[in-house]
Write a protein that binds this ligand. Structure first.
Ligand code: FMN
Length: 69
């Protein structure tokens, strides 16, 4: 996702895609023994669209991560 962002391509991780694993695997020719764990939608974001001004809150880094040196 970071690599896509660096190329100006937006992504949205979507776990719900796994609800459609059989259909997605059949459509993309992915073998049945592979497990679908996540879908990632990819596209060029329209930054002029009002919805793209929406920002969700983030917890402070200290609250969610511990760095061990
Ligand atoms: C691993 C992962 C799976 C996600 N799966 C879904 C999903 O199935 N449906 C959904 O509406 N959002 C899902 N999200 C949330 C959205 O991708 C995205 O994070 C959300 O639109 C809020 O954007 P923000 O993370 O910039 O606040 C998932 C996020 C992550 C990190």
């Amino acid at each position: 996702m970071l690599a896509a962002q660096a190329k100006g391509v937006g992504t949205v991780p979507q776990a719900f895609a796994t609800d459609y694993a059989p259909q997605i695997k059949e459509h993309l020719g992915i073998s049945a023994d592979k497990r679908l764990v996540l879908g990632i939608s990819v596209g060029y974001p329209d930054m002029a669209a009002p919805v793209n001004d929406f920002r969700t809150e983030r917890s402070p880094l200290e609250e969610i991560a511990t760095f061990v040196e």
